[in-house]
Design a protein around this ligand. Structure first.
Ligand SMILES: [Zn+2]
Length: 56
């Protein structure tokens, strides 16, 4: 029997997100109030969200 263990990749680290304006969403790291914060920002319209999936 062959291997059946290779499932579809559910979590890819190189996943791309796109804003509703069509721009690509890039992750940014901000240093704020003594801690690092991850922000997702659209390259095109400069909209920022806390996570890339919020751009839908
Ligand atoms: Zn945008």
């Amino acid at each position: 029997m062959g291997q059946v263990s290779k499932n579809a990749r559910t979590s890819s680290t190189t996943q791309k997100f796109f804003c509703s304006c069509g721009g690509e969403v890039k992750m940014k790291t901000l240093f704020e109030n003594g801690k690092f914060k991850n922000l997702a920002e659209c390259e095109k319209c400069k909209r920022t969200e806390r996570r890339p999936s919020d751009f839908k």
